[in-house]
Structure formats: structure tokens, C-alpha cells
Design a protein around this ligand. Structure first.
Ligand code: BGC
Length: 814
């Protein structure tokens, strides 16, 4: 069952039934100011950091779900309704929510009145702009009353939810004409305020929540709205809000257009005040002026559309399959940009107070957006690297506002350092800009401790070399990529977190996943060494030794082991009762091609197909754990089939897809991709439940109570890795140091497809033909009509447009 449809021309998902199985959301903002918006206009906004600079409140885990947002109430006689259906939930004659690229539009119609609300964050502006049009399509004159509504968060989203002995007394506002200001804590240590404006005279306002809503009413029926008159309340403490009241008189056929701006302003310390106790409003006025007319708003919307045109033009496929095209051309790159902006911090699941930018997560996210915003990717790399320690290990996360690392969600994840090699090499392959390696970057944000970035990578590499266990395999530390495989934790206290509690330090638990990661990114590191004429012999020896250790101690007969536990016992082996096989080591060891010549990769991937694959994707481990295993930690706490215990953790499915492409099995790779690609799951939306346009972190696996049900959409490394799997390994257009490597691995029955790829300033129009019905192998490569040896399209300088023709075939063009 579907709840809407894709409109590919408009690059929108159109939700036609507001009762989606879950709030289906969108993200506004691309730079420093962000908003999250649901299909009923719920959500919140913040400046830079969802924890420290939250502008509006949101009620997580509420009943009903999705409470709090930018609400516009239209009162037409006795009927009160909202363009986005909620919160009043008055049945609309027509409802539509169009989630587009960085904007959302709500179209509601009731009793001959049509409203259209468009919400977006203009480029270069720290504000949400809401364009609201109200049209009288009836044949009688309408006297409507319009109320806006937003509830201020007292900046720090965490204390806002906790510290009520303080919070109830500190709220402060100012009202100036049609602009409502929020200035809590401004007179002391804050130099920022928020405002909510409308470009028309108002008939009234409210800034005190109880005055507007009433003590015993709710967002669905605020007393002021129900009575058709605001109270002109000025909040002193309690919960400050902002609500405008406007009378809207419409003759038949008449339309009124209004612009609301919900923004954020910082003032310099010596320019905070206009007069004693009165904030300096110049910054707000500047923003308001920018959007004082609908024409100016429309121009900003057009700029936003151009921005996305430019970003998406980097890679456009015409595969012949519309679902594949819409994922690759629109939604997957869009989601990658959102993960760039948010990491794992702010969604309708992640409250934005627990997690900042992740060292592991953000490095991986980067491979999904580096082709779109290389300059910003570079800055991100430098920010991440600055949170590394001198021994190569790293803070697991850092706060976006301060860019300082913290250990709030644990430390000593031994996979962390190696991801930096992945992101840096991806950046150089995309841009050709090796000079990033010369950038001076501090350790632990301490400028007195700084080296060039290349030295950071060396320390990342050496961190693994210096932390090997008894089998010559990498020690796992607190955990590797799988946060929940806590082999040194031994937690018996339900009040402690598996990620932050003290670990045993005398154990020798080792990870086969990090082993594969080390081989894969160790080779990348060696390649970077050669770019700098650095002798690679020692590094090569370490990588070779790791390959040997994996073959000797990491192979279980039909698949790669997952780990050795604290006691040196096998994890992920036929010997085990539960958790006999895990996905991560199959993914990383096959991506690294360990034992390919001996057939290990093929065997491991066949075992994945046999034991881990199900209708909805590839589960993480099998059999799932049914009991708590003290020496494995959190993984065994989840019910079977969910999350890291036998769930389809979509992040790691692409590792298997890529592994399959490395041994040429394109039918399998594409089949695996389709199983989890949201557009391919749209028809089962009632089961899948999450948005059909973006990936979710997890889909319940075959051992779950309800296999196929997804959870935790949007902020997941799934976006970046699926992007890489489909665009680089399946469709096979792969940025590399010397040019674009063309190495498709597709279903045998695909005949032809085209990709337009912008790369290092030029445009490559690539046509891949498959007359021989193969999956892999470039038989002939023509670049601008010239036969070219190998499968690399060389860098042909900036600005040109180049035709590339690729003929696949078994005999390759070596
Ligand atoms: C975390 C990742 C982790 C994954 C698997 C996600 O929630 O953000 O860092 O790799 O879970 O445990």
C-alpha cells in the first residue's frame, strides 16, 4: 500500500494521505540553520547544533507522535483547520504534502478555501521562511482568522527538557509590531535571539503558552483560536511562544499571500542592546527585509532549486528503471547531504542532544557527498582530523558548535582511526587535490600539537599496527563498527551504558572486521605514500601480514570469523550455537579481496546468500541471539531480528554488494541493492513504515516478529554506502587518482545505460553497452571516439564535454 507518489520531474515525494504509518519527514537548510519538518508540518529548527542552539521545541516519543511544529490555524466560522492537517486534524477536502529538495509544501483545502504553505531555509540565511497563500475558491466572501504558532525552546535542548526549577522562571520575549522576539538568557551569557515575523500588520499576538492554548486545551484546539481572538500576552517565564493573529478577508476568487520568517540572530558583545533592556534588532530586520515580498521569496526558492540542480548534475543516470533512476539521481544524493549536515544528531528519532558529528560516521558519510561539495568535504575532513589524539585514536564524536571532541558516547572504538584514510583518499580521488595532505591539523584541537594531515593518516595506520592481538589481528577495543559487539565489557548493571562503562583492559578480543578494514584502507594509505615518494615497504609488510593472519586465523571453513572474544574464543564460527556468521567481516574481507585467488571470497559470499539473506535484505548475524551473552555485550540484548542482533542493518548491506561486484556477480549485487532501496519498497509502505524516499538504518530481519518493518530513517551511513555501491560499483563510475575508472558490474540482461558525470570540472557523457550479456569486464573504451587502453578515462581538463563509450565483454581491454 502507498501513501503518496514520486513526482520525479518536480523532484518531490507527494504524500496524499496525512495518516502515514509514521511521520514522514524532510530537512530544511544546507548550511548553518536547519529545520526538520514532518508531513503534517511538525518538527523543529536550530542553528548549527541541535543540542546547544535549539530554536523551537519538539516533543519526542509523544502520544500522539509528532507534536510541536510550525502551525497555522485557519478559523472559518466555527471550523478550525490547518494546511498540514495537524494539529487540529480537521478532515480536509484535499491534502497534499510535497517534500522536495530542502523545502516542503503543504496544500490544504477546506470549504472552498485553499491554503498553500511552503517552508524552506534560503541559502545563506539563518531562518526558516514560510510562504502562506490563502485563496477563496468559494462564491461567498470569507472572513477568516489566521493564527500562526511556534513554541520556543530555551536554547539548550537538553536542559530545556530537564531543568524545570530554572526554566519556568527565565523565559523572556519582546514584541515589536508584527515581530515577536525570543530573548531568554540574552541579558547574561547569550548573544543571540530568535524572532518570528509576518510581513503584514497583525490584529493581535500571544507569547505566553498558557494564555494562547489554555491550561486544559492542546495544540489541536488552542483556546485563543477557538474563541477567535488572541490575548496579546507577554510571557514572563513559563513557556514563551510566538503566535500572530491576522484577519483575512477574501472576496470570491481572491488570494492573500503572506510571508512568515522564523530566524536566528547573533550580536557582537558591544552591540547587544538598542537601549537598556531592549535588544538590538537590526539583524532581524535585515533578514525580514530580504523576504518582505512574495517575489523575493520566490527568487530565494529559485536559487535553492538552482543549487540542487548544480549538486545533482554531478551524477545523473538513465538506467531504464525509473525506481533506480530516482534513487540515484535525486533521493540518495539528497539523503547523503542530510547525513553530511546532521551526522547522527537530529531526526525524529535522534533527539539531537546525545550525538554530535561522529568520527567513524562522518568519515563514512563523506564518501556519499564528496562529489557534490568537495570544498566543504575538505573542511569536514580537517575538522574531524583535529579531534584525533596523538596516538592515532580519536574522540568518537564532536559537537558541531564547538568542533570539540567528547567522550559522551564512549571512546576506544578501534576501527575509528582507519576511517580517516577512507575519507581522505575519497577526497583526493574526487578532486585530485593532494595538497590536503599538507594541511596543518592539530591533535585534540590543541594547536601546539599539530602535524600535517598525512602524518595523521600515518598515525591512523599505525594505531592498528600497534594494537594487534595474539593472532596478529587488530584488537577490537570497546567495539569496532558494530557499537554493540562489546567483547570487553561484561556489563551486569542495567543502569550503565555499554558504550561508556569501564571496559576490561587485559583481554585480547580481536576483530576480523577491522582486519579487513586495515587491509582495504592500508592499501589506500600505501597508495598515498607513493604519491609522496615515501618508502612503502614497511607498510606493505604490515598489510601482507594482516592478509596472512586473516587467512590463517580468520577463516572458518565457509566464511570469515567475526572476532575472537576476551578469552580468545571464536565469534561467528560454525562452532557457536548462535551468531555463527556475521555480515561485517564477510563485507570487509571480501571488499579487500582477502583470499580471492583461493576462492575464499566466493565461498564467504555464498554463505551470506545462504544464511543471512532474506526477502527484505541481508541480516547482520545468524542465528540471532536469543539469550544475553555477557561476553558479547549489547548485541545480545536486542530481541532476535532487530538492530544489531539479526536485523537488516542497511549500512552494511552495501559492503556485501561491493564484495559481490569484486568477483563479478552483478545480478546478485543489484538484487541486494533493490531489496533495501526505499523506492523499490514503496508498494509495501504499510509494512516498511518509514519514508519510501530515504533509507532507514534498520529493517527487521527474518527472525523478527515483523520482518520487513523499518526503523530510524534518514541519519544512517546506509545513505553513503549505498550511494557508493550503486553509483561506483554496480553502475561502475568510479573516481580514481588518475581519472574516472569505468568498471560496471550489472545484471547480465541489462543492455545499455548512460551516466553523465561531472568530474574535476569537465562533463563525461558515458554510454555503457552490453551486447554480450555479461556482468563485468570492459571490452572496449572509446573516449571522444578514440580507442583507449584499460578502463580509466583520463582527466581531460576543465570545462569540456566528453563522450565516453564503453562496450562490456568477457575479453577485457587490458
Ligand atoms: C552508529 C554507528 C555504528 C552502527 C552500528 C549506528 O547507530 O551511528 O557508528 O557503526 O550504529 O552499531
Amino acid at each position: 500500500m502507498k501513501y503518496g507518489r514520486f513526482d520525479d520531474n518536480a523532484r518531490e515525494y507527494v504524500i496524499e494521505d496525512p495518516r502515514t504509518p509514521h511521520p514522514w519527514i524532510n530537512y530544511l537548510g544546507n548550511e548553518e540553520f536547519f529545520g526538520l519538518v514532518s508531513n503534517t508540518a511538525g518538527g523543529y529548527c536550530f542553528y548549527k547544533d541541535a543540542k546547544f542552539r535549539r530554536l523551537t521545541r519538539y516533543r519526542y516519543n509523544n502520544v500522539p507522535m509528532d507534536v510541536g511544529g510550525r502551525y497555522y490555524y485557519i478559523k472559518d466560522g466555527e471550523t478550525v483547520w490547518n494546511p498540514g492537517w495537524k494539529p487540529s486534524q480537521t478532515e480536509l477536502d484535499h491534502y497534499e504534502c510535497r517534500h522536495g529538495l530542502s523545502y516542503s509544501r503543504f496544500i490544504g483545502e477546506k470549504d472552498g478555501v485553499k491554503s498553500e504553505l511552503t517552508c524552506f531555509v534560503p541559502l545563506g540565511v539563518n531562518a526558516e521562511v514560510h510562504k502562506l497563500s490563502i485563496e477563496n475558491n468559494s462564491d461567498i466572501k470569507k472572513s477568516l482568522q489566521l493564527f500562526s504558532f511556534a513554541e520556543w525552546c530555551l536554547w539548550n535542548a537538553q536542559t530545556d527538557m530537564e531543568n524545570f526549577q530554572r526554566n519556568l522562571s527565565i523565559g523572556e520575549v519582546e514584541v515589536d509590531g508584527s515581530v515577536l522576539y525570543h530573548k531568554t538568557e540574552y541579558k547574561e551569557r547569550r548573544n543571540h535571539y530568535a524572532f518570528y515575523s509576518v510581513n503584514a500588520p497583525i490584529s493581535g499576538f500571544d507569547t505566553d503558552r498558557e494564555a494562547f492554548i489554555g491550561m486544559y486545551n492542546g495544540f489541536e484546539n488552542p483556546q485563543a483560536v477557538m474563541e477567535g481572538a488572541s490575548r496579546n500576552s507577554v510571557a514572563h517565564g513559563w513557556s514563551p511562544v510566538a503566535s500572530h493573529y491576522l484577519d483575512v478577508e477574501l472576496e470570491p476568487g481572491e488570494t492573500r499571500e503572506l510571508v512568515f520568517v522564523l530566524g536566528y540572530v547573533e550580536n557582537a558583545e558591544d552591540a547587544k542592546w538598542e537601549s537598556k533592556g531592549v535588544i538590538n534588532k537590526a539583524g532581524a530586520k535585515r533578514i525580514i527585509r530580504k523576504f518582505e515580498t512574495v517575489e523575493k521569496v520566490d527568487a530565494a526558492l529559485a536559487d535553492l532549486a538552482d543549487y540542487w540542480d548544480r549538486l545533482l548534475a554531478t551524477y545523473q543516470v538513465n538506467s531504464g528503471d525509473e525506481k533506480t533512476d530516482r534513487m540515484v539521481n535525486i533521493w540518495n544524493p539528497y539523503q547523503c547531504m542530510v547525513t553530511f549536515n546532521m551526522s547522527r544528531s537530529a531526526s525524529f528519532f535522534e533527539s539531537g542532544i546525545g550525538r554530535g558529528m561522529g568520527f567513524r560516521d562522518s568519515n563514512q558519510d563523506l564518501i556519499g557527498f564528496v562529489h557534490q561539495v568537495p570544498e566543504r568535504a575538505k573542511q569536514r575532513i580537517l575538522d574531524i582530523a583535529a579531534t584525533q589524539f596523538e596516538d592515532g585514536s580519536a574522540y568518537h564524536q564532536y559537537q558541531p558548535l564547538t568542533k570539540r571532541g567528547n567522550a559522551d558516547i564512549g571512546a576506544n572504538f578501534n576501527d575509528d582511526p582507519l576511517w580517516l584514510i577512507l575519507s581522505v583518499s575519497a577526497y583526493i580521488k574526487e578532486t585530485g587535490d593532494g595538497s590536503i595532505l599538507d594541511e596543518t591539523v592539530p591533535y585534540d584541537n590543541d594547536d601546539s600539537k599539530a602535524t600535517d594531515l598525512f602524518e595523521h593518516l600515518t598515525r591512523s595506520f599505525n594505531f592498528t599496527v600497534n594494537h594487534l592481538g595474539p593472532h596478529g589481528l587488530p584488537l577490537i577495543g570497546r567495539a569496532d563498527w558494530n557499537d554493540c559487539l562489546n567483547l570487553n565489557c561484561f556489563s551486569k548493571d542495567p543502569n550503565e551504558s555499554f558504550q561508556t562503562t569501564e571496559n576490561q583492559t587485559d583481554g585480547s578480543a580481536e576483530s576480523l572486521m577491522i582486519a579487513g578494514e586495515f587491509v582495504l584502507y592500508g592499501r589506500e594509505y600505501i597508495r598515498l605514500c607513493t604519491l609522496r615518494d615515501i618508502d612503502t615497504a614497511a607498510a606493505q609488510q604490515h598489510v601482507d601480514a594482516m592478509v596472512e593472519s586473516v587467512k590463517v586465523h580468520g577463516w572458518d571453513g565457509d566464511w570469515f570469523l567475526r572476532a575472537y572474544d576476551y578469552y580468545g574464543r571464536k565469534v561467528g564460527s560454525e562452532e557457536n550455537e548462535e551468531g555463527k556468521i556475521f555480515i561485517e567481516s564477510q563485507g570487509f574481507c571480501t571488499m579487500a579481496g582477502i583470499g580471492r585467488e583461493e576462492g575464499l571470497c566466493e565461498k564467504a559470499l555464498d554463505s551470506v546468500a545462504e544464511r543471512l539473506l532474506c526477502e527484505h535484505g541481508i541480516v547482520l548475524n545468524n542465528p540471532a541471539f536469543t539469550e544475553y551473552v555477557l561476553e558479547y555485550g549489547e548485541i545480545s540484548t536486542y530481541p532476535a531480528g532487530y538492530k544489531e542482533n539479526g536485523g537488516i542493518f542497511c549500512h552494511n548491506n552495501p559492503w556485501i554488494m561491493i564484495g559481490e561486484t569484486k568477483i563479478g556477480r552483478g545480478d546478485r549485487a543489484y538484487d541486494y541493492w533493490k531489496r533495501i532501496a526505499p523506492a523499490h519498497r514503496e508498494e509495501i509502505s504499510e509494512l516498511h513504515r518509514m519514508e519510501p524516499y530515504v533509507y532507514s538504518q534498520m529493517i527487521a530481519g527474518k527472525d523478527a516478529f515483523r520482518p520487513g518493518e523499518a526503523k530510524n530513517s534518514w541519519l544512517t551511513g546506509t545513505a553513503a554506502w549505498n550511494w557508493v555501491a550503486i553509483s561506483q560499483y554496480i553502475l561502475g563510475i568510479h573516481p580514481d587518482y588518475d581519472g574516472l575508472r569505468i568498471d560496471p558490474c550489472i545484471p547480465k540482461d541489462w543492455k545499455e545505460y548512460t551516466v553523465t558525470r561531472r568530474f574535476r570540472g569537465a562533463e563525461y557523457r558515458i554510454t555503457v553497452k552490453n551486447p554480450n550479456g555479461v556482468s563485468k569486464g570492459v571490452f572496449m573504451l572509446l573516449v571522444d571516439g578514440d580507442l583507449t587502453k584499460g578502463n580509466i578515462v583520463p582527466v581531460l581538463g576543465e570545462h569540456g564535454v566528453h563522450e565516453v563509450e564503453v562496450i562490456l565483454g568477457e575479453k577485457t581491454n587490458g
